[in-house]
Write a protein that binds this ligand. Sequence first.
Ligand SMILES: [Zn+2]
Length: 74
Amino acid sequence: MPTFDLHCTTCGLDFEIFQQRILRDEDRVCIDCGAPNAEVVISGFQTTRPSRAPRTPPAAPPLPRAPYGPGNPH
Ligand SMILES: [Zn+2]
């Protein structure tokens, strides 16, 4: 059963709902204050996690500089 963790931006309540399908706007209603602007914090389905930021490869280490390279007077 997929669960969705929601965070109400109006009253700050964190709560969970169970939903078999993709959450719609009408599902994101705070159970406490009824504000319809609760944000999804974590999805129970790993496959439905929003890929907000593109994956960036780890930064490559700087190349070691040759002590006596071309153009370097010796
Ligand atoms: Zn609320």
